[in-house]
Design a binder for this molecule. Structure first.
Ligand SMILES: Cc1cc2nc3c(=O)[nH]c(=O)nc-3n(C[C@H](O)[C@H](O)[C@H](O)COP(=O)(O)OP(=O)(O)OC[C@H]3O[C@@H](n4cnc5c(N)ncnc54)[C@H](O)[C@@H]3O)c2cc1C
Length: 399
């Protein structure tokens, strides 16, 4: 079917050809492997490895990663359009080597010289895998000041880290995990939280179980029992965790929004095809007004969300504060993916819930999107509080 414009900025001509190649790779190579990749285990690992080799051979590896680390150095403004195409599959970023972007940028900026030297290039090359663990089973993830994981100074100048984390994406098979831990004070002190880079082969690190999300693999719970971490593996300053996490989250949430847009677009296209291609005795589903309403509402959501997401991209790209824009975009993109996938399922009837379309996976991602990287409520209240200040522009750097 002909492409429908979904609002927001057009793809810049200089990245249009690359975007088309990324979209084709995701459509033709990654999407067919989604059921295996969602299943996890050794088959998924082998399949992902094969896709990564193919992405490298196709020249599509690590597009947004800094060139000096072995990536292709696409700036955010251009990469945003590629991220939509990569993200049309939840597995696209891992298959194309862009999933390491946040860890690589964090380590480049805040890692010690030893950590940068030892891990950065290998991370970008896909020889090492990293994940990020803030959330804990025993404390609300929405309140990091309650973090119970502790890192205490050791006699050798390093740290001993103890605690439990869960829902860490990519933890199965990860070589490194960035752990949020309390190094000073007591919960709920606002200060005293630090980030430490923990090698997962260190004694005392134990993967406890995989945690499927609505049936799909990719997340895990693990325990740290007095894990020895070298002094140089502290990321940034002691007590500086939340500033670094904030940096990560602004870009991370925006990238997720772009990927969710790609997935919502995919659900929308499937809905259009089904509406036009499936006929009742009096004509195609597309002729039914209540089906047309699903299409209208979905297009409305897509168009308004894409514009919001690119407002966030533009502000981040310009180095400006983007709390409000990222908050609006994150809530809108999560809702839109859930809404459009749900509408597409409805128009498909039972087929939309079965194994023959990606719609269940798209719906699952949309549902999870409303919780991960901070649930909707957190963004709603954070944006509202900012705009309800007597002077909403006050003390927001860059405004
Ligand atoms: C698919 C997926 C992937 C994830 N990946 C990672 C990862 O890689 N690393 C990681 O560290 N974590 C990860 N998480 C965890 C995620 O970040 C947390 O689930 C999230 O921050 C919420 O924390 P919580 O689950 O402890 O919920 P809680 O903090 O217990 O909150 C529960 C509910 O209470 C309500 N609530 C909480 N605070 C407020 C408020 N201020 N105002 C109004 N209502 C509120 C909301 O409805 C919220 O959903 C992932 C989660 C999912 C689902």
């Amino acid at each position: 079917m002909e492409d429908i414009r979904i609002g927001g900025p057009p793809c810049p001509p200089e990245v249009a050809e690359l975007r088309e190649r990324v979209a084709a790779f995701v459509r033709e190579r990654v999407a067919p492997c989604e059921p295996v990749l969602d299943g996890g285990g050794p088959r998924a690992t082998a399949e992902l490895g094969r896709l990564r080799r193919e992405a490298k051979a196709a020249g599509l590896w690590a597009l947004p990663l800094p060139a000096e680390l072995g990536g292709q150095g696409q700036p955010l403004g251009s990469y945003a359009h590629l991220a939509e195409a990569e993200g049309a599959s939840d597995h696209g970023p891992a298959a194309l080597g862009s999933a390491s972007l946040l860890d690589a940028l964090m380590l480049r900026r805040h890692g010690s010289p030893g950590v940068r030297e030892r891990y950065l290039k290998r991370l970008v090359a896909g020889e090492l895998r990293a994940c990020y663990a803030m959330t804990e089973p025993g404390t609300p993830g929405t309140d990091p000041f309650l973090t119970a994981t502790r890192a205490v100074p050791a006699a050798d100048g390093g740290w001993r880290v103890s605690g439990r984390k869960w829902f860490a994406s990519g933890a199965v098979g990860a070589d490194l995990v960035t752990v949020l831990a309390r190094t000073d004070g007591d919960p709920p002190d606002r200060d005293g939280l630090s980030l430490l880079l923990v090698p997962t082969d260190a004694p005392g690190f134990r993967l406890l179980r995989e945690l499927p999300v609505l049936g799909a693999a990719g997340h895990a719970e693990f325990e740290l029992d007095e894990v020895a971490v070298a002094a140089g593996h502290l990321i940034g300053e002691r007590g500086g965790a939340l500033g670094i996490a904030g940096e990560r989250l602004q870009l991370g949430r925006t990238l997720r929004c772009l990927r969710w847009l790609g997935q919502a677009r995919r659900a929308f296209d499937l809905m259009r095809e089904r509406a036009v291609g499936r006929s009742r005795s009096r004509g195609p589903l597309a002729g039914l007004q209540l089906v047309q309403r699903h299409v209208f509402e979905s297009l409305l959501a897509l168009r308004s969300t894409r514009s919001l997401v690119y407002e966030a991209v533009d502000r981040l790209d310009a180095g400006l504060d983007a709390h409000v824009e990222v908050g609006l975009a994150k809530v809108a993109a999560a809702r839109t993916l859930q809404h459009v996938a749900d509408a597409a399922i409805q128009v498909h009837g039972a087929a939309g819930l079965g194994p023959d379309t990606p719609l269940p996976a798209l719906f699952r991602t949309g549902r999870a999107a409303r919780i991960l990287d901070g649930p909707d409520e957190l963004h709603i209240t954070s944006v509202a509080r900012r705009v309800l200040r007597p002077d909403p522009e006050a003390d927001l750097p860059g405004r």
